[in-house]
Design a binder for this molecule. Structure first.
Ligand SMILES: [Zn+2]
Length: 493
C-alpha cells in the first residue's frame, strides 16, 4: 500500500492518477510503481485502456471504487462499450479485471477500423489551471482523450496535444500536463467559428456516448435511429433504401477543412469509405463500427444527440413514423402534442406514453408538468422507494455514476434529484470540500515529512504538492504547518 493515495476524480484518467500517485510517493522507478499497483511493470503506463484491475483493487484496498466504475469512467472504455453488444461488453469488462489488454483493441474492432488505435494525450489549458486552483494539481480529463474530442466543452476552446516521439509501450515515465519537458505541446488549430461549432457538437455527443452504460446502443438500435432520421431528412426511402450520394455529400460538406486537423487525421483515412460506411452503419445487420464514425454521421443527420438517441429507442409504431407528416414528427412541439393526446385522450399512463414516444419516464413526468396535465402516477410507490434510496446514497457520499448504475437510472436523473434538494446538494458540496482538504493536508504533510531536507520551493515544484490549493482554501492550517517546520511561507503564485 502506498503512503499517499490521492482521490480518483470522476473526470480524471486512471493513467493521470497513477502518475500522480508515483510522484506524490516520491517513487523513482515507474516500473516499480506500476508493479506495485498492477503486478506488472507497464500496466500503469498505458493511457487509454486499463488492465489487471483486480490487482489494482487489492493494492489500493478498494478505496478507488469498483473496478467496473473505474474501467468505464476513468479510461476510454465506456466510450467504446456503449455501442457493442451486451455479451461482448461483459466479456471485455471481465477480461480487464484479470487479464491484459493485448486483444482488447481487436475485440473492440479498433484494429480493423482504419480510424486507428493511437490515442494521443490531449488537454485543455484552462481546465489545467482550474484543476490546479480547485484540486491542487492538473490532470488529463477522460472526455478530452476521446478520439472525437478536439475542443473543450466547458471552455469552448481547442485542446492541446501532448506529442511524445516515444510510443506508450516504450515510455519509462508518465506524461502529465505540467511535466511539459516530457512532450511537445501543440494546440489543435481550429480553422473557423463554424468549425468550432461542429467540433463542439462532436465533443458534446462524445461525452454523452461515454456516459451511457455498456451496450446502451446495440447495432439494431443504432440502425433504427439512422433509418428514422435518414427517412425524416429525405435521405432514405420509406423502404429503407439510402440515398447514398446525398448522404456522402452532406458529411463531406459538414467536415470540410477539418480533416487536416492533427487529431482528426482519421477523417481523411475514412473519406473514401463514406458511401459504404453510411450504408453499413445503418444496415440492419450492422457491425459495431468505430464510435468516431458513428458520431460524425450522427452529427451530420440530426439536430441533437437527444434527437438521435430517442430515434434509436423503440417508440411509436412504424406506421406513425412512415405517415405523411413524418418530416415534422420528431419536432419537440409535435412530440409534446402527441404525448398530451396519448395521456388525456387515450388515457395512457405517463409511463406508457413516455415509452410510446421513446423518452424516459422522467422526461414524461417533466412533460406532464409542463403541459399541466393532472396525473396519478402509477407505480409511484416503486419510484418513491427508489428515490428515497437514491437520496440515502447521495447523503452517504456515493459517486453519481455508482448510484446511477445501482439504481438503473441515468446520471441526469440523479443530478436532478441533487439539484432539487438543497440539503443534499449543500451536504455533497461540503463533503467534497472536506475530502479535498483532507487529501491536500495529508499530501502536503507527507511531502514535508519525506522531503524534510528539501526547500519549500523544491517541494512546491513536485506535481500535485497541494500547496497552491491549501494557500487559497486552508491558509491557517498551512501557516501553522510551515511555522511548525520552521519554513517561511511563500506566495502561491
Ligand atoms: Zn477546459
Amino acid at each position: 500500500m502506498f503512503g499517499i493515495l490521492p482521490a480518483l476524480h470522476e473526470n480524471q484518467t486512471l493513467y493521470s492518477w497513477c502518475g500522480l500517485t508515483h510522484a506524490l510517493n516520491g517513487a523513482v522507478c515507474a516500473r516499480t510503481t506500476s508493479t506495485r499497483l498492477f503486478g506488472a511493470p507497464y500496466a500503469a503506463l498505458c493511457h487509454d485502456f486499463p488492465s489487471r484491475l483486480n490487482l489494482l483493487e487489492r493494492s489500493t484496498r478498494g478505496v478507488l471504487g469498483s473496478t467496473r466504475d473505474i474501467a468505464l469512467r476513468n479510461t476510454l472504455l465506456g466510450y467504446y462499450l456503449a455501442i457493442v453488444r451486451r455479451s461482448r461488453a461483459e466479456q471485455i469488462i471481465g477480461l480487464l479485471r484479470t487479464g491484459t489488454i493485448r486483444h482488447l483493441k481487436m475485440l473492440l474492432g479498433i484494429t480493423a477500423s482504419r480510424v486507428g488505435g493511437h490515442h494521443p494525450l490531449k488537454g485543455c489549458e484552462r481546465c489545467c489551471a482550474d484543476d490546479e486552483a480547485s484540486r491542487g494539481w492538473a490532470y488529463w480529463h477522460v472526455e478530452h482523450q476521446l478520439p472525437s474530442v478536439l475542443v473543450c466543452l466547458k471552455h469552448r476552446c481547442p485542446l492541446f496535444i501532448a506529442w511524445d516521439p516515444v510510443t506508450p509501450v516504450h515510455r519509462r515515465h508518465w506524461l502529465l500536463p505540467r511535466l511539459e519537458h516530457r512532450y511537445m505541446r501543440a494546440e489543435i488549430p481550429v480553422p473557423s467559428d463554424a468549425s468550432m461549432e461542429r467540433l463542439l457538437r462532436l465533443a458534446a455527443d462524445s461525452a454523452r456516448l461515454m456516459t451511457l452504460p455498456p451496450a446502451s446502443l446495440e447495432p439494431e438500435q443504432l440502425t433504427r435511429g439512422y433509418q428514422r432520421l435518414l427517412q425524416n431528412a429525405g435521405l432514405a426511402t420509406r423502404n429503407g433504401n439510402l440515398r447514398t450520394a446525398r448522404i456522402v455529400a452532406l458529411v463531406r460538406d459538414r467536415y470540410r477543412g477539418l480533416d487536416d486537423l492533427p487529431g482528426l487525421a482519421p477523417l481523411k483515412a475514412i473519406d473514401d469509405q463514406w458511401p459504404g460506411l453510411a450504408a453499413s452503419l445503418s444496415r440492419r445487420s450492422a457491425r459495431p463500427g468505430h464510435p468516431l464514425k458513428h458520431l460524425l454521421l450522427i452529427a451530420a443527420i440530426s439536430d441533437s444527440w437527444d434527437q438521435f438517441f430517442e430515434a434509436c429507442m423503440p417508440a411509436a409504431p412504424v406506421r406513425e413514423i412512415a405517415a405523411p407528416t413524418v418530416a415534422q414528427a420528431v419536432t419537440a412541439a409535435n412530440r409534446l402534442d402527441r404525448f398530451k393526446e396519448l395521456v388525456t385522450v387515450h388515457g395512457k399512463s405517463l409511463a406508457a406514453a413516455s415509452h410510446a414516444l421513446g423518452v424516459s419516464r422522467t422526461t414524461g413526468t417533466l412533460w406532464a408538468k409542463k403541459l399541466k396535465i393532472a396525473y396519478t402516477s402509477r407505480g409511484r410507490p416503486v419510484a418513491e422507494r427508489k428515490a428515497a434510496k437514491i437520496r440515502r446514497q447521495l447523503k452517504k457520499g456515493d459517486s453519481i455514476s455508482h448510484i446511477a448504475t445501482t439504481a438503473g437510472v441515468s446520471m441526469t436523473t440523479i443530478y436532478r434529484i441533487v439539484g432539487t434538494d438543497p440539503e443534499i446538494s449543500e451536504r455533497r458540496r461540503a463533503d467534497a470540500f472536506s475530502r479535498q482538504r483532507e487529501i491536500a493536508r495529508r499530501t502536503f504533510a507527507a511531502l514535508c515529512r519525506t522531503q524534510s531536507d528539501q526547500s519549500l520551493k523544491s517541494i512546491r515544484s513536485r506535481p500535485g504538492n497541494s500547496y497552491a490549493w491549501l494557500y487559497r482554501n486552508d491558509h491557517q492550517w498551512l501557516a501553522s504547518q510551515l511555522a511548525e517546520q520552521g519554513r517561511v511561507s511563500s506566495r502561491s503564485r
